[in-house]
Structures are given as structure tokens and as C-alpha cells.
Design a protein around this ligand. Structure first.
Ligand code: PMP
Length: 360
């Protein structure tokens, strides 16, 4: 079977080795005569999957013991609400850096919960860049500062984060978790939907400093309370067992490949191929983001006019490339090159980008 050249923004490409392994476990997991998704979430087999997945993530991202790892549902979008519901103290403010659509949405949800303000924004520059850390203004009575480390739609990424803050740093890492080494201790809480770099939709990873768990008020609905999920090892209710199993496989694959340092090296190599093709096109293609803020995960670019853009996407599809249309709010093109997108697929795309330019 020929695999598609999949550049979808999420759900996105999965490692072929993961799919091959999962295929076997669908019918008969470890010889017990049932598929992995037929296991009870209270069985010892699933508990092993749950525990092993957490340990793999802890090792790969070097997550210190002071942090709890939670597997939740509701996507990153529910975290837009859960973060302020649990962490925004009464009479206090939540500060948000706006770097794109997802951080705008996060702010909007926080404003439904309490007082939330913009600490910095690159909206006026059409979100082409990440604000300098010196531009961030955090009111003294803030409960936390929220950032979106990679902006899936605009194709920008934070390459250095605000350090030594007086307040916990909260990060939406949905589209770049596991793509590079990070210093977990710089953050109070990290959240990420799994469907880009971690596996399937359905599970959302939350990494939270244990001190912050004390902020959750008992009056919160249980399903929205971090403390409740932490106390029950993310088994308060039926978890998304299949998504957690896939997360385990993806993490095993990442570990076997050489971990996050190796992934970062590959991601840099892949992104360079595409940005070089754009930069050397003599203006035929224009990158959306400023060079210093370019994302290694989502490469966004435009062509001169709509006709040329449609022709590019159409011809790309005919050649087997999937998912290259830009997000409807930005237009143009976007190639999402998460961890699981093979280098060879990106080489083929760079080649296509060059050939399309020569022809047109
Ligand atoms: N944050 C970012 C950075 C995203 O890219 C996305 C999804 N594309 C979301 C949040 C929303 O995630 P979900 O659909 O899992 O709620």
C-alpha cells in the first residue's frame, strides 16, 4: 500500500511503525483474545498502559517529580476553560499573550470565568511574529501568564520563552509538544491535545506543578477539577483508552528514534527544506511569518494570487500531497510537518514547490 504524503494540521500523520503495531493489537492484545480498545479501563492491562505512558512521557520530556501528568478529555479547547476555572484566583487577573487564533480563543474563555487581559499581542502585525519578551506587561495581581508556544494557523513559534516570572507560566503546546527539548521547570502548567505530535484526538495531556493543584476549589464540577483527576491517576471516569494506548505507541516510537533532541534535529532539517524553497523562489512564494518567529511545525506561505494558489493546491493533490490548503482564516498554503512526517515526504514536497515555480 502506498502511504499518502500527509501534511494535515491535525489530526495528522502518524508514524507508520505505530500504525503497524496498533493493527496487530486491534484484534488480539498480548494474546488475551481481545482488542486493546476492548479492555476494561479498570483492568491490569489498561492500568499498565496508563502507567507506562506516563513514565514514557516523564522520561522523554524530563518531567520532574513535582509535576503531575494528567490525561484528560475535551481537547485543548476545554483547557481554555479549565485553566482559569482552576487557577484564576478571585480578585486576581489572568494575563494572555496573543499570538494567533488559539490564544484569542483561550483569552475569550478566560474572560467568561473572571478578569483576563492581554499582556502582549502581535495581532496588529497579522500575527507574523511572536512579541519580544520585553514587550510583555503582566499586572502585579496576575494569577498566571498564558502563551501558545506554536501557532498552528499562522505558522509562528516561540523560540525563547519569558523566564524568571513572578507568576506561573501556562502554555498551550498542542502543536509543538515533543518536537524539541523544553525546560519543564519554567512552566506551571502545560497542556496539549494529542492529535498533532502525540497521536490521536481524544486525549489531552496536562503537565501541572503539584503546588498549583491546591488552587482548585472543591466547588468546581469534578470533571473540571485538576485535583480530582490527579487524585484518581486520570481514572476518575472512563478515559479515552484507545487514544492513551496510541499515545504510548507514539512515545515508544519517539524514544526508539532517539528522543526529543533527535526529533528537534530532524524537525529543523525538514523545516529548512521548505523555508529554503520559499526563500529562494525570488518572491514567487512568500512566507507568512517573520524569519525569527518561524515555526518548525507549520510552514505557512502564500502565492501571488488566488488562481495560482488554487492551481498549486490542486496540482499538489494530484501528485499525492494532502492537507496543503492554509487555514480558512489566513488563506494561502500551510504544510504541517510534525514529528511523524518523514523527511522523505518533506523532500518530495520541497521538490514539488520548486518544480511548480519553474513551470509557472
Ligand atoms: N491550541 C492549538 C495551538 C491548536 O492548534 C488547536 C487545534 N488545532 C487547539 C488549541 C484546539 O484543540 P482541540 O481541537 O483539541 O480543542
Amino acid at each position: 500500500m502506498k502511504r499518502a504524503l500527509n501534511f494535515n494540521a491535525g489530526p495528522a500523520a502518524l508514524p507508520e511503525a505505530v500504525l503497524a503495531k496498533a493493527e496487530k493489537d486491534m484484534m488480539n492484545y498480548r494474546g488475551i483474545g481481545m482488542g486493546v480498545m476492548e479492555l476494561s479501563h479498570r483492568s491490569k492491562e489498561f492500568e499498565e498502559i496508563n502507567d507506562h505512558t506516563k513514565n514514557l512521557l516523564r522520561n522523554l520530556l524530563t518531567i520532574p517529580d513535582e509535576y503531575e501528568i494528567l490525561f484528560l478529555q475535551g481537547g485543548a479547547s476545554l483547557q481554555f476553560s479549565m485553566v482559569p476555572m482552576n487557577l484564576l484566583e478571585e480578585g486576581s487577573t489572568a494575563s494572555y499573550v496573543l499570538t494567533g487564533t488559539w490564544s484569542e480563543k483561550a483569552l475569550k474563555e478566560a474572560q467568561k470565568v473572571g478578569n483576563a487581559v492581554v499582556a502582549a499581542s502581535s495581532k496588529n502585525a497579522n500575527y507574523r511574529s511572536i512579541p519580544n519578551t520585553s514587550e510583555i506587561y503582566i499586572p502585579a495581581e496576575s494569577s498566571y501568564l498564558h502563551i501558545t508556544t506554536n501557532n498552528t494557523i499562522y505558522g509562528t513559534q516561540w523560540h525563547s520563552i519569558p523566564e524568571r516570572l513572578q507568576v506561573p507560566l501556562i502554555a498551550d503546546m498542542s502543536s509543538d509538544i515533543l518536537s524539541r527539548p523544553i525546560n519543564i521547570s519554567s512552566y506551571g502548567l502545560i497542556y496539549a491535545g494529542a492529535q498533532k505530535n502525540l497521536g490521536l484526538s481524544g486525549v489531552t495531556v496536562v503537565i501541572i506543578h503539584k503546588d498549583l493543584l491546591n488552587s482548585s476549589k472543591p466547588s468546581l464540577p469534578s470533571m473540571l477539577n485538576y485535583q480530582v483527576h490527579a487524585a484518581s491517576k486520570s481514572l476518575y471516569n472512563t478515559p479515552p483508552t484507545l487514544s492513551i494506548y496510541f499515545l504510548m505507541l507514539v512515545l515508544q516510537w519517539a524514544e526508539e528514534l532517539g528522543g526529543v533532541k533527535k526529533l528537534e534535529q530532524l524537525n529543523k532539517q525538514k523545516a529548512a527544506l521548505l523555508y529554503d524553497a520559499i526563500d529562494s523562489s525570488g518572491g514567487f512564494y512568500t512566507g507568512h511569518s517573520e524569519e525569527k518567529s518561524r515555526s518548525l511545525m507549520n510552514v505557512t506561505f502564500t502565492l501571488d494570487n488566488d488562481l495560482l494558489t488554487s492551481a498549486f493546491i490542486h496540482e499538489a493533490e494530484e501528485s499525492g500531497f494532502i492537507g496543503l490548503a492554509g487555514h480558512r482564516s489566513v488563506g494561502g498554503c500551510r504544510a504541517s510537518i510534525y514529528n511523524a512526517v518523514p523527511l522523505e515526504h518533506v523532500e518530495k514536497l520541497a521538490d514539488f514547490i520548486n518544480r511548480f515555480r519553474s513551470r509557472n
